[in-house]
Design a protein around this ligand. Structure first.
Ligand code: 8DG
Ligand code: MN
Ligand code: MN
Length: 371
């Protein structure tokens, strides 16, 4: 390439938190391929290449145009040799042979299948694969395998849980959670978060933050909501994790660490009659209900902005927010707080805008965080 002395009109940042990424993806043929490669590296516990492909996918997702030649990618960050080789294949043949090879690989297919069950992570999937198991029938027929409660529920509601949740279903669930919360304390705060807050049409679950304006009162919230849902007869599964949050033990230096707020991972029974336009279920399925995954997290209200920012995602956006904070600002950001290592102090925030401002970042709207 001939070297140009003029700076490009638009530079794309290597940080997702400095890009605006809507749900409109003009480069799906590439990003789908990268996602397969990233997942395959994840199954092999090769974090470096996995992250490299996730970053590359994220950069392409942020572009308001479709890449039509490798030449068009010269000014883009995070695209390495391997990434470009895959793109070249896709540009020339419409598909990547490396990706096709992975998609037909027995180990990849099996791990993908096993991890699609709620409660089965890569470690368990790997263990089952090494035992020679290849299908759900193999697993369920193997009497030496003990399935925990989460996995049993995962198999029981497999079809429903692997089917995407629609926006209409998310709205209906919001009403259900709203009602359950209001019955406990009318002043409670309920906020939709996760992918639906980012404007996605479909999700694998629905995520909510619930808290109370009065600090400390949020403690009674989740146990009572769970009870209320149980009484309504719509609680199919509940994994409740009590709070381990302790302001004195912050900040956490662990990257991608789970947060310490009280939370629960639920499976709820959603009635068709409660969903405008009906359920998003398989054609020909005449049941009047479906099972759906719902996550509730309950931070103390003074941690609300951090929890909201952390749970809105996307995962790649979160990763880069933290990386940006660490590398560019010498700050530590997590779901609980923001710590300035230079000033040796916590930075207060009541809104997401406060946090972006502390980080020296332009505010990015939730629907622009689909990195
Ligand atoms: P989807 O459900 O539509 O597929 O996408 P999503 O809403 O972006 O993904 P998610 O898996 O529901 O996660 C939403 C955000 O929550 C994501 O940015 C990661 C964040 N998150 C935490 N802590 C935890 C946790 O303990 N478990 C899970 N599952 N997600 C968490 O900050
Ligand atoms: Mn979600
Ligand atoms: Mn979730």
């Amino acid at each position: 390439r001939t070297c140009s002395t003029s700076t490009p009109v638009t530079t794309v940042s290597q940080y997702a938190c400095q890009r605006r990424t809507t749900t409109e993806n003009h480069n799906k043929i590439f990003t789908d391929a990268f996602e397969v490669l990233a997942e395959s590296y994840e199954f092999s516990e090769m974090e470096g290449p996995c992250l490299a492909f996730r970053r590359a996918a994220s950069v392409l997702k942020s572009l308001p145009w479709a890449v039509r030649s490798l030449g068009a990618t010269l000014d883009l960050p995070c695209l390495g040799e391997h990434t470009k080789a895959v793109m070249e294949e896709v540009l020339q043949c419409g598909r990547s042979f490396e990706v096709e090879k992975i998609l037909s690989d027995e180990r990849y297919r099996t791990l993908k299948l096993f991890t699609s069950v709620f409660g089965v992570g890569p470690k368990t999937a790997e263990k089952w694969y090494r035992r020679g198991l290849r299908s759900f029938t193999d697993i369920l027929a193997d009497r030496s395998i003990h399935l925990n409660q989460m996995q049993q529920t995962g198999f029981l509601h497999y079809g429903d849980i692997t089917r995407a949740v629609s926006k209409a279903e998310a709205r209906s669930l919001r009403n259900i959670i709203d009602e359950a919360v209001r019955a406990i304390t009318p002043a409670a705060i309920v906020a939709l978060t996760g992918g639906f807050r980012r404007g996605k049409e479909f999700g694998h679950d629905v995520d909510f933050i619930v808290t109370t304006p009065e600090l400390g009162k949020e403690k009674i919230l989740l146990p009572n909501i769970i009870n209320g849902l149980k009484k309504q007869g719509i609680l199919l599964f509940c994994d409740y994790q009590a709070s381990t949050f302790d302001m004195a033990k912050l900040p956490s230096y662990r990257f991608e660490a789970m947060d310490h707020f009280a939370k629960c991972f639920l499976i709820l029974r959603l009635e068709a009659s409660q969903v405008e336009g009906g359920l998003h279920i398989a054609e020909g399925d005449s049941r009047g209900w479906r099972a759906v995954r719902v996550d509730l997290v309950s931070p103390p209200v003074d941690r609300y902005a951090f929890a909201l920012l952390g749970w809105t995602g996307s995962r790649q956006f979160e990763r880069d927010l933290r990386r940006f904070a660490r590398v560019k600002q010498r700050m530590i950001l997590d779901n609980h707080c923001l710590y300035d290592k230079t000033k040796k102090e916590f930075l207060a925030a009541t809104t997401e805008k406060d946090i972006f401002a502390h980080l020296g970042l332009e505010y990015i709207e939730p629907w622009q965080r689909n990195a």
